[in-house]
Design a protein. Sequence first.
Lengths: 282, 315
Amino acid sequence: MNNTEKRQLKALAAKARLGAIIGTFNAKSGHPGGSLSAADIMTYLYFKEMNVDPANPKMADRDRFVLSKGHCCPSLYAVLAMKGFFDWEELTRLRHVGAMLQGHPDMKGTPGIDMSTGSLGQGVSTACGMALAAKYDNKDYRVYTILGDGECEEGQVWESAMFAAHNKLDNLTVIVDQNGLQIDGPVCEVCGIEPLDKKFESFGFHVIKINGHCFDEIEAAFEEAKTIKGQPTAILAKTVKGKGVSFMENQVDWHGKGPNKDEYEKACAELQATIAELEVEC
Amino acid sequence: MADIVTKATRESFGEALCELAKDNENIIVLDADLAGATKTSIFQKAYPDRFFDCGIAEGNMMCIAAGLASCGKVPVAASFAMFATGRAYEQIRNSIGYPHLNVKIAGSHAGISTGEDGATHQCLEDVALMRTIPGMTVLCPADHYEMKAATKAAIELDGPVYIRLGRLAIDSFNDPDNYEFELGKGITLHEGSDITVIATGLVVNEARKACEELEKEGISARLINIHTIKPIDREIILKAAKETGRIITVEEHNVIGGLGDAVCDVITSEYPVPVRKVGVYDRYGYSGPAWELLEKFGLTKDGIADVIREEIAKK
């Protein structure tokens, strides 16, 4: 990836973060913290990695994405809007009565959403089902899913991990957004999940550890995943909850609340400055 | 009338899946380490490449099915009714029901007739749980021929279906030469004008025997077989309420949330008549041979006949 491309991705990710802030501000609720931590990976997936067509969102052989940590949909919605699945303006109606954009992803109502999620632990299993369907049909599409690190406390994550390895789902890439915080506090204090790498390895996954905000590392990980045969891949991405908005970074309070007007304006100013800087450099 | 077939509906279901799979490559069957018991093993043997054992992980299995369905497959996910609908209720609600995915959920060993395994395995709540999910079709076939027809209808329907299977081998009573299954339509098995018995599943044949016996005593009891509990046949129920004025519902299920409640939902708003719900009265079952348990819980011919006599006496 050359520097121009990297800056473009960074600018898109900053816009995705801006969309998440616009959405959660207008909704007066939602989950900005985890939306911001996963924004770089979602941006990379939709703008660099996945074969999708906004004009044909149900294209049969498209790559699939499941946001298993469904509450972080504000940045996913922003990425889908930038990609052209629907209007950016929809973000201003996030979580409103009658809106297209629900509080958690709804595959029936939102173009580009491949699976309805929100109940933790279930998305990763549905992603396994999609990967199994591809194998069954001898199709080469790939399936990606992002899990929260707190979500790894759900037993179903490990049921699905056993299933994925047992069925050799090498077309499945599981990404864990390791921002280290969940609603009740630091993951290590609520109910520790470490060593996560050894857990996934022992469940039969090929494990790659990266900085989830570094596009070079993100790219290398997804490229490596495609070379792995006979087993699924888990990318453990260290991230910062609230990344990109100074006062939200590493603050558990920003797990699940919308910014007020002052906070919204401050966050927008920071993100717009980041975007402007990156676009000048491009 | 063809010969009576004595077979558990789980077995009829397994056979039906094999027959349907011949012409439909999209049918994929999942089980959770109970293939031998749910009889999806029949399918597994015939189509090993289209069968996936998910191990003892029912929640994961339901979501695997959801993922498969989202990619155009027609997954059938089977387990005991207890674990399919109980343990995995929330997965069914959120990952299958909410996106209205084309998954067929099979719950075997439903009801008290599961027998010796006792309370933990005798599911008496599955119909109640599945009825609460918007868009879920709920089927409870009564014999071999009905199960085969219902399985075909379930596969042909584009949407989530719950189908209730029994463990116990039971006699068929439908005549395959003139039996017609229509999703959402009840079947009048016995004409009558004094009272109406509405039954589902295994107890339909017991109710049929009871109605025939009572005919000799001069009691004219109508019998309606409801194989589709949701969407329920409102027309046949309201007609029975108007014409007979009194209803008895019979089911091998808790009286809370099952067929009886579904029937009451229909008539209370349009034509209320007294309804006596026969089933398991808000309690757990216990171990024992299936027929002995059915007898104890008043779900055989004699128990049903007694209730009909009692209700007729109230008229």
